[in-house]
Design a binder for this molecule. Structure first.
Ligand SMILES: Cc1ncc(C[n+]2csc(CCOP(=O)(O)OP(=O)(O)O)c2C)c(N)n1
Ligand SMILES: [Mg+2]
Length: 585
C-alpha cells in the first residue's frame, strides 16, 4: 500500500472541499501540512500574528460563502491564535482551525515539562463550536470528516482539529478519500412545505409585516430573494448589526439600525415579524419590549439553520428549521401562487409614514457635517469614503467611537460589503478583516476606518499587506485617546471629577489612563513600504484618498480628528442602555 503523510491527507481533504487559500505562520511541526497545501495549489497567506490569520479567514469566509481555513503551531502559535478563535466564533464565521501539537507519547496529558505544550483542546473547546485532537494516524481522515461536518452544521463558528507533529509530519498508509457529499450534507436545509404555507398565510394577512434579517441571510447569500420578498410584501427590512446592508440601504424599504428610534418605532408597529437567521441577541435587545412589541401584539416567524436558536430569546409562533435562501425561494413561489396581500395599499401608507422618522434621523445626523473645522469631525471620514470608493467596496469599521462614527455616517449600497465585530467589539480585528476582504474580492476596493488605539494592536500587518500586494486603504482616526472609554469615564466618574476639577485644571478630564501618545501613522506606513498620507482638514481628505488609491499599494491615511468632538459619537446612550435587561417581557 502507498504511504503518505498526515499533512498530505489533511491537504487533500481541504482540496476536496474546494479550499483555495489558507492563513497562518510557518513552523516545522506542521511542515507537511502547509507544504502539501501549497503543492496542491492552495495559496498560503502569512500575517505577522496568528490571531490576524483567524480574522482574515473569518472575513474571507463571510464575504465569499466559502470555508475560511487558518493554521497555528503548537504552544505559542496556538496561544496567539486564541483571541482570533474567540472573535470569529462570536461573530459566527465559518472557520476551520488546524493546529499542530507536540508528539503523541508526551502530550494529552502532558508528561510534565514538555516544550511548547498546553492542552489546546481543553482551552479551545470552551470558546469554539467543536475541538478535538487526533491520537493515531489512521484516525486523521475520520476526525477531519467530523470537523468538516461540524463546519457545515448549524450556526457557523470556529471548528478546531489538533494534530500531533509526529502524525502530521509522519507517514502511514494512504487512505481512500471521498468527496464532501460522502461524509456530510452538501445541500442546504429545505423548509417543510406546511411551514412555508403557514408563513405565507401570516405574512399575507398581516397589517404591517417587518423582516428582521440576521447573518443567516449573508451565509445563505440570499440577498436577491430577500429584496424580492420585501418588495412583494412591501415589508420594511431591519437587520441585526452584523447583517447590515443585506437589503441595499438605497432601498426605501431598508431601515438601517443606526436610526435607532426609527427602528424601535417600526419594531413596535409590526404585527408580524419574519426573523431570518438572527438569534435576536443582545444587540437586537433580545426581541423584547420596549424595543419590540410584546408577543401578545406581535407574531414571530423565525427561520434558522440552527435548531438551538429557534424560540430561544423570544417566544416564537412559527419555528422553521431551514436555510434562509431555500425558505425564501419556497415562500416566494407560494406567494406567487396566492396573489398579492389584501391590505397592500394601507400598508404602503403606513410604511411611508414610518419612513419619516428614518429621514428625520438622517437629517439630524447630517446636520453635524456643517462643522468643517480642522482637526476634523470624525463624521467626515466615512462620508468622504462614501464619495471616493466604489459602491461595492468593502468597508471595515474598527475602534470604539471611531466605529460608531463610521457606522452612523456610512451607507451600505451593496449587500455584504460591511465588516466589523458587532458581537465582540474587538479592537484591532479590523486590520485582518480588511486584508481578508482584499483576498476575498481581489477586484474590489477595501477600506478600513479604525481608531488609533485599535490600529496599534495589529499595525505590523501593513507589512503583510505590502508583501502580499493587498491594497486596502486604512483611515486611522487619531484622537490620541481611548475615546469611547474616556467619554464613559467622564460620565461615570463625574462626581469624582468635580471634586478634583480645581486641582486638575480646566482641560483635564480627570479620567484614568485614557490618553495615548501620538503615533504618526503615515510614517509607520511608509516605514513598511505602504503609501502614507496625513490630513486634518476635511477638505483635504478626498484628495488624500484618491492619491492613496492611485498609489497602487496598501495605504494609510492618518486623520487628525477633533479629540473633544470625537467623544460625542451618536447613539452612545443607546449602547449603554443595551447593556441592561429591557424592561418588558
Ligand atoms: C481588544 C479590546 N480591548 C479592550 C477593549 C475595550 N475598549 C472598548 S472601546 C476602547 C477604546 C477604543 O479606542 P480607539 O481604538 O482609539 O477608538 P476611539 O474610541 O478613540 O475612536 C476600549 C479600550 C476592546 N473593545 N477590545
Ligand atoms: Mg482613539
Amino acid at each position: 500500500m502507498a504511504e503518505t503523510t498526515g499533512g498530505a491527507i489533511l491537504a487533500a481533504m481541504l482540496k476536496h472541499e474546494g479550499v483555495e487559500k489558507f492563513f497562518g505562520i510557518v513552523d516545522g511541526t506542521y511542515l507537511q501540512l502547509f507544504a502539501n497545501c501549497v503543492e496542491r495549489g492552495i495559496e498560503m497567506i502569512s500575517p505577522r500574528h496568528e490571531a490576524v490569520a483567524a480574522h482574515m479567514a473569518g472575513a474571507y469566509a463571510r464575504l465569499t460563502g466559502r470555508l475560511g481555513v487558518c493554521i497555528a503551531s503548537n504552544g505559542p502559535g496556538v496561544a496567539n491564535m486564541l483571541p482570533g478563535v474567540a472573535v470569529e466564533n462570536g461573530e459566527g464565521n465559518r472557520v476551520l482551525l488546524l493546529t499542530s501539537s507536540r508528539r503523541t507519547g508526551i502530550t494529552y496529558p502532558d508528561r510534565g515539562g514538555a516544550y511548547q505544550c498546553f492542552n489546546h483542546v481543553a482551552v479551545i473547546r470552551g470558546m469554539s463550536k467543536w475541538s478535538e485532537t487526533v491520537h493515531e494516524f489512521a484516525r486523521i481522515p475520520e476526525l477531519m470528516r467530523q470537523a468538516l461536518r461540524a463546519c457545515f452544521t448549524g450556526r457557523p463558528g470556529v471548528v478546531h482539529l489538533d494534530v500531533p507533529e509526529n502524525l502530521i509530519n509522519g507517514s502511514g498508509p494512504e487512505p481512500a478519500l471521498g468527496p464532501p457529499a460522502s461524509y456530510r450534507r452538501t445541500a442546504p436545509l429545505e423548509p417543510r412545505a406546511a411551514d412555508v404555507e403557514a408563513a405565507a398565510e401570516m405574512l399575507l394577512g398581516a397589517r404591517l409585516p417587518v423582516i428582521h434579517a440576521g447573518s443567516g441571510v449573508i451565509h445563505a447569500q440570499a440577498f436577491a430573494e430577500l429584496a424580492r420578498l420585501a418588495e412583494r410584501l412591501h415589508a420594511p427590512v431591519d437587520t441585526s448589526w452584523s447583517a447590515r446592508g443585506v437589503l441595499p440601504e438605497t432601498s426605501p424599504l431598508a431601515w438601517p439600525m443606526i436610526h435607532i428610534e426609527a427602528c424601535n418605532h417600526l419594531r413596535n408597529e409590526a404585527d408580524v415579524v419574519l426573523c431570518l437567521g438572527s438569534q435576536l441577541g443582545e444587540t437586537d435587545w433580545w426581541g423584547k419590549p420596549p424595543y419590540w412589541a410584546p408577543p401578545a401584539r406581535q407574531k414571530l416567524v423565525q427561520v434558522d439553520v440552527d435548531d438551538a436558536r429557534l424560540g430561544r430569546n423570544r417566544p416564537v409562533d412559527l419555528a422553521i428549521h431551514a436555510d434562509a435562501k431555500r425558505f425564501l425561494v419556497a415562500l416566494l413561489a407560494q406567494l406567487e401562487r396566492r396573489g398579492p396581500a389584501t391590505a397592500l395599499a394601507e400598508r404602503r401608507g403606513r410604511v411611508a409614514e414610518l419612513a419619516r422618522d428614518r429621514a428625520a434621523s438622517r437629517q439630524n445626523l447630517d446636520a453635524l457635517l456643517a462643522n468643517r473645522a480642522a482637526p476634523m469631525l470624525t463624521a467626515h471620514v466615512p462620508v468622504a469614503c462614501r464619495r471616493v470608493f466604489d459602491d461595492d467596496a468593502v468597508m471595515v469599521f474598527d475602534g470604539g467611537n471611531t466605529a460608531v462614527w463610521g457606522n452612523f455616517f456610512s451607507e451600505v449600497r451593496v449587500p455584504n460589503t460591511q465588516l466589523s465585530t458587532p458581537h465582540f467589539g474587538h479592537l484591532g480585528a479590523g486590520v485582518g478583516q480588511a486584508l481578508g476582504a482584499a483576498l476575498a474580492h481581489p477586484g474590489r476596493q477595501v477600506y478600513c476606518v479604525i481608531g488609533d488605539g485599535a490600529m496599534a494592536y495589529n499595525m505590523q500587518e501593513l507589512e503583510t499587506a505590502v508583501r502580499h500586494d493587498l491594497r486596502a486603504v486604512f483611515l486611522v482616526c487619531c484622537d490620541r485617546q481611548w475615546g469611547m472609554v474616556k467619554i464613559n469615564q467622564m460620565v461615570a466618574l463625574a462626581p469624582v471629577r468635580e471634586r478634583f476639577e480645581h486641582a486638575l485644571g480646566p482641560d483635564h478630564t480627570g479620567t484614568i489612563n485614557t490618553d495615548l501618545g501620538e503615533i504618526a501613522w503615515d510614517r509607520v506606513a511608509q516605514a513598511m513600504g505602504a503609501h502614507g498620507e496625513r490630513v486634518s482638514d476635511p477638505a483635504e481628505l478626498e484628495p488624500a484618498l484618491r492619491r492613496s488609491l492611485a498609489s497602487g499599494r496598501c495605504a494609510v491615511v492618518h486623520v487628525d480628528v477633533d479629540p473633544k468632538a470625537h467623544l460625542l459619537a451618536p447613539g452612545l446612550q443607546h449602547f449603554k442602555d443595551m447593556h441592561q435587561e429591557p424592561a418588558g417581557t
